[in-house]
Design a protein. Structure first.
Length: 283
């Protein structure tokens, strides 16, 4: 009887491991979820109340992400029907090692141009976008042709047709980029809700969290394969302190997305690919 129970337990364990492995390799890599968040502040007036933002990052088009995956991403964003779209970097995957043919770059730009935003679309670059100058030039061209405004160490104001605005700060990537926080924050309007976006989460250590309300970041993929005991000891540069989830300092919240794409291997485990959907709510 004891042997039967032991065998049943082993079979059950193997089935569970098999299902988890199957999901991680065959299902999760091309599954895209929508994570919904609410941003509440007394800095939002009636014109900003209800405004929506879609944030996506780490597409890594090229090695593991194809045109079908891009179509799914675009459809997911457009289903949300956001007012503002923000991209957090790493559009392409290892351009210096695997350059994307010119015709594919044009196709990618055309597809991204189909992302709809009622107000505007913004982007920062990631380390894969900037590992060599030709990559940076091409990604800037792809994003610009697709209707994105690349905000590199600068800021813009987002409004919904009134004087009340949101400060959107774009900071260049800590890895492969040249972040200039002073320039990024120069001239921002006092009293406005301030959102900073930068590819690497560890930038959170360097920004002024007393005047920043929310920080959007990416880079880690949430681990892509998230195994807590391993991820404690190994974390890539740029997300060594802040690896996944949300973190708080003074008035600011750092929110790290798992991203939507794949790098190194076509696998995801306990780190679902996502688009983050923020809805603003006035207190």
């Amino acid at each position: 009887m004891k042997y039967k129970k032991l065998i049943l337990c082993l079979i059950s364990l193997l089935l569970v491991v098999g299902l988890i492995t199957y999901n991680a390799i065959c299902v999760a890599p091309h599954k895209l979820t929508i994570r919904e968040e609410t941003l509440k502040s007394d800095k939002f007036d009636k014109s900003l109340d209800g405004l929506t933002i879609a944030f996506f990052s780490d597409v890594h088009y090229g090695n593991f992400i194809n045109d079908d995956d891009i179509d799914k991403l675009i459809d997911t964003i457009n289903i949300i029907n956001p007012d503002v779209v923000i991209f957090g970097g790493d559009l392409i995957d290892r351009f210096s090692q695997h350059p994307i043919p010119v015709e594919q770059r044009e196709i990618l730009s055309d597809k991204l141009s189909n992302i709809e935003a009622k107000i505007d679309k913004y982007a920062v670059l990631g380390n894969h976008d900037e590992d060599v100058q030709p990559a940076k030039d091409e990604v800037n061209k792809i994003l610009t042709n697709a209707g994105f405004k690349v905000i590199e160490n600068t800021n813009v104001q987002i409004s919904n047709g009134t004087d009340k605005c949101i400060n959107l700060i774009g900071i260049d990537s800590m890895l492969c980029g040249t972040p200039d926080i002073a320039s990024a924050y120069e001239g921002i309007a006092d009293g406005n809700y301030t959102i900073a976006v930068s590819h690497c989460p560890d930038i959170f250590n360097n920004i002024d969290t007393t005047i920043t309300d929310y920080v959007l970041s990416a880079h880690s993929h949430g681990g892509q394969v998230y195994l807590p005991l391993i991820n404690i000891f190994y974390r890539p540069y740029g997300c060594e302190k802040y690896f996944r989830g949300k973190h708080h300092s003074n008035n600011a919240t750092l929110d790290i997305t798992n991203g939507s794409g794949l790098t190194n291997k076509s696998i995801r485990l306990f780190a679902d690919a996502e688009v983050v959907f923020y809805k603003l709510e006035a207190n």
